[in-house]
Every structure is written in C-alpha cells, then in structure tokens.
Ligand binder design. Structure first.
Ligand code: NDP
Ligand code: 2IT
Length: 445
C-alpha cells in the first residue's frame, strides 16, 4: 500500500479537513501488513473505498429562540459504510462541529462497530448548535427542526443515530418525538431512548462502564487491577460519569475531572455523593467544573489546564479529540502512569500515542475502549426488534462479555514479538478485516 500517495490524494480532495485526515492516517499506518498479506484488498480498491464516506448529507436548521430571534445552524449526517449493517453512530451538538470532525468520527465508527461483533455499519452526524445556556424549550425547538430534515435519511434498518457530546437522553427524546410524528411509526430509529419507550437499561452508563471493563482487561495483562489505583479522568459528561462510577466500585480512586474551564483535583477521591453532584453540574447546562470546588472544599480548581499533570496510575481521557498532547503524555510517563485508556474519541494526538508506545505504556485507543456505548446501542436495537426488555444484569453481562472479546481481538492482532500489545494496531486490524471481507463479498458498490 502506498500510504503517502493515498494520503496526498485524500488531502487534495479534502484540503483542511485536519481531524479526518489525522484519523485516516492513524488507521492506515497500522494496516500495511494486513493489506500486504491480502493482495485482493488492493486489487479491489478496498482502501480507497473505505476511506471515503458513502454519502454526506448537509442541511440548514432554522429555529426560533425564546425571545423570538431566528437562528440558522448547520446539520449533517455522514453515512460512511454499511457493509456489515445499517449505518450507526452518534449525533454531536457542539459549536466546534464541522464536516472534518464528523468524518473523522464516522470513519472511526466503522471499525469500532465492527469490533463490537454486532451488525452495525459506521456513521456520524450532528450540528454546530451550542446547547450551552439554552432553555429546554429552545433545545426542544432545535431538536424538532433538526429532525424535520434528518427523518427522511434514517430508519431502523437504514441508519440509527444516538447521542454524543451535547446529545443525551433529553435531546434523543425531543428528536424521537418529532420522528414518530413525521414517520407515524414507533420504531427503534434512535438509541439512547427513555426506558419506558424502547430504551435499554445500562445504555447511559455503557460507554464509561465498558471503558473501565476494557481497562481492567489491560491491567490484567500486568496481573493487576483497579484496586487502590489512582485514576485521572478528564471531562465530566456522560462517559466520564459512567467511568468514575465503575472505577470507584472496583476500588480505584478518581482524583480529577475537567471541563472547558479547567480541571478539578480532588485528592480525597470523587465518589459517592460527589458522583451524584456531577450529574447536577451537567444538568445545569453551564458546562463548567469550577463549582465543584465550592461544593467540596478539599478540591482544587486549576483554571485553563488539563489534568495530565497530576500523578496517577491510570489516565482516562473522556472529554474530546486532541485533548492530550505530547507534553501531557511525557508528564504522565514521568509521573509513572501504567495504563492510558481512551474513553473519548481520538483524545490523544499522534505524538502522544507515539510517546506512550515508545515507553511501552499500556495504551488503549478510543475505538476499542469506548465501544461499549455503541455496543449497548446495538443491544438496544436487538431488544427493539424482539420487542422485549432485558434486565440490568443481562445487559451488563453482555456488555462485559463484548468488552472482553474486543480486548482479546486486540491482543490477537496487536501482540508484538517482544510481547508488547499494540492495541492501536490490534483494534484497527481486527475492525478492518471484517468490514474489508464483507466489502469483498458484496462487489464494487
Ligand atoms: P458530553 O456532552 O456528555 O460531555 C462532554 C463534555 O466534555 C462536555 O461537557 C464538554 O464541554 C466537555 N469538554 C469539551 N471539550 C473539553 C475539553 N477540552 N476539556 C475538558 N472538557 C471538555 O459528551 P460525552 O461524555 O457523551 O462524550 C465525551 C467523549 O466520549 C466524546 O469524545 C465522544 O465522542 C465520546 N464517546 C461518547 C459516547 C457516548 O455514548 N456518549 C460513546 C463513545 C464515545 P463543552 O461542551 O462546554 O465544550
Ligand atoms: O462515539 C460513539 O461511539 C457514540 N457516540 C455512540 C454511538 C451510538 O450509536 O451509540
């Protein structure tokens, strides 16, 4: 495979789409061996076909705020690849959203969804709408306006969106209500639904729980576990909350959370009522973590900084892309980190990943570590199809099993000659093979 030529061509076609180009390069770099061993992939243009989305849909979303002022946002859905199942992936509402970010997320989603072993293709969507500071009625009107366009593009066997940054249970509810009205059908077209209208138990916790189950397997390769470990977590959203709850349950001590305003260092550990407080903080729609330090006086707030300067055994970035750079990685290594597990999508820059690998730190990439969220979305789709609801224990057991299997797939495809497990390569190769083989079977389409 001529990686530089493929990347040059892609750059020419999509200049300036930095996150998308970064994600494609990160994946292709690890596929060179497997493409060499399978000449049929090159002969059938699998690489060139898998790196371009099947289609990109963009639309305008006009809506009216509480003062009667008209706003126009952009809406997107990137349907990337449906070789192994309907397009599946979240919706992100954040002012930074653009096509490059959604294409990077949609591309990653193909391999992540393949790793779950469930029949789901890859997609992503969202809007540059900023939910921060908006009233519930404004959020409802925006979600309804967004769905007014999106509904024709999606369907339970076509494309099944879910949540991501800025989209949780509330937004899914508003969007589902509008879909149901337009389509006149009550079907599993979105995941992350409310429990009494088709949602699955454990889906809110699933990404964080799954990430911790995966990290537990990583620690297991060094014959250790979370008991007594100091853990630095970033973000304070859905993923961070689930991860913190599970780490605490397993005997670990989480000492940080972060928001766009800075990070909180709480040496006594974020547990019990403090985890509950995180939910209140999120529900305030303000997106700042500073108030935590007023509520719990033992905690310190560090304005404008990331938590990667604190001493920890395990680091779990759970906020956003490229939030952990080379210097942060060097700090973590210097402070003795043994395991870095990405709850967010692509939070570590390529230079940070190289640093972890160079120092043989256990490093789990987002597409493997955070796959529990979409895996549980897949379980929600299964329950919707069967028109039954599984118990909390049943969903959790399936999630745990899936995460163990993803870890095993990474070990099978990523173990190096010296025994170091390259989880980045393992996840990419395992995820890619299934999709590439399906594309081979289905001809050039
Ligand atoms: P949430 O919206 O619940 O939380 C994200 C939070 O992180 C927001 O409060 C956001 O604040 C904050 N944030 C953004 N940038 C930074 C930053 N630089 N430093 C610290 N905090 C920041 O989203 P999720 O928890 O759902 O998503 C977090 C990550 O996990 C994303 O990368 C997402 O793609 C990934 N993910 C989510 C899954 C899910 O099921 N929800 C599944 C798999 C992955 P603000 O908006 O003010 O910037
Ligand atoms: O990045 C992700 O995997 C998600 N935001 C969850 C997607 C889903 O369809 O549940």
């Amino acid at each position: 495979m001529n990686l530089e030529k493929i990347m040059n061509d892609l750059e020419k076609k999509h200049p300036g789409e930095l996150e998308y180009l970064q994600a494609v390069r990160e994946v292709l770099e690890t596929l060179e061996d497997v493409v060499e061993q399978n000449p049929q992939f090159e002969a059938n243009g699998i690489i060139e076909r898998i790196i371009e989305p099947d289609r990109v849909l963009t639309f305008k979303v006009p809506w009216v705020d509480d003062d009667g002022k008209v706003h126009v946002n952009l809406g997107y859905r990137v349907q990337f690849n449906n070789a192994i199942g309907p397009y599946k992936g979240g919706l992100r509402f954040h002012p930074s959203v653009n096509l490059s970010i959604l294409k990077f997320l949609g591309f990653e989603q193909i391999f992540k969804n393949s790793l779950t072993t469930l029949p789901m293709g890859g997609g992503k969507g969202g809007s540059d709408f900023d939910p921060k500071g908006k009233s519930d009625s404004e959020i409802m009107r925006f979600c309804q306006a967004f769905m007014l366009e999106l509904w024709r593009l999606i369907g339970p066997e076509t494309d099944v969106p879910a949540g991501d940054i800025g989209v949780g249970g509330k937004e899914i509810g508003f969007m589902y209500g509008m879909y149901k009205k337009l389509a006149r059908e009550h079907v599993g077209v979105l995941t992350g639904k409310g429990l009494n209208w088709g949602g699955s138990l454990i889906r809110p916790e699933a990404t964080g729980f799954g990430a911790v189950y995966f990290a537990q397997e990583m620690l297991g390769t060094k014959n250790t576990d979370f008991e007594g470990k100091i853990v630095a977590v970033s973000g304070f959203g859905n993923v961070a909350w689930g991860a913190i709850s599970k780490i605490t349950e397993l005997g670990g001590k989480v000492v940080t959370i972060s928001g766009p305003d800075g990070y909180i260092y709480d040496p006594e550990g974020i547990s019990g009522e403090k985890i509950q407080y995180l939910l209140e903080l999120r529900a305030s729609n303000q997106d700042i973590v500073k108030p935590y330090s007023y509520e719990f006086p033992g905690a310190q707030f560090h304005a404008g900084k990331h938590p990667w300067e604190v001493k920890c055994d395990v680091a779990m970035p759970c906020a956003t892309q490229n939030e952990l750079g080379k210097e942060d990685a060097e700090n973590l290594v210097k402070n003795g980190v043994m395991c870095v597990a990405e709850g967010a999508n692509m939070p570590s820059t390529p230079e940070a990943v190289d640093t972890f690998k160079k120092h043989k730190i256990l490093f789990g990439p987002g597409k493997a570590v955070n796959a529990g969220g979409v895996a549980t979305s897949g379980l929600e789709m299964t329950q919707n199809s069967m028109k039954i609801a599984w118990s909390r224990e049943e969903v959790d057991a399936r999630l745990h099993e899936i995460m163990k299997n993803i870890h095993a797939a990474c070990v099978a495809h990523g173990t190096q000659e010296d025994g170091y497990i390259d989880y980045v390569k393992g996840a990419n190769v395992a995820g890619f093979l299934k999709v590439a083989n399906a594309m081979m079977d289905q001809g050039v389409v």
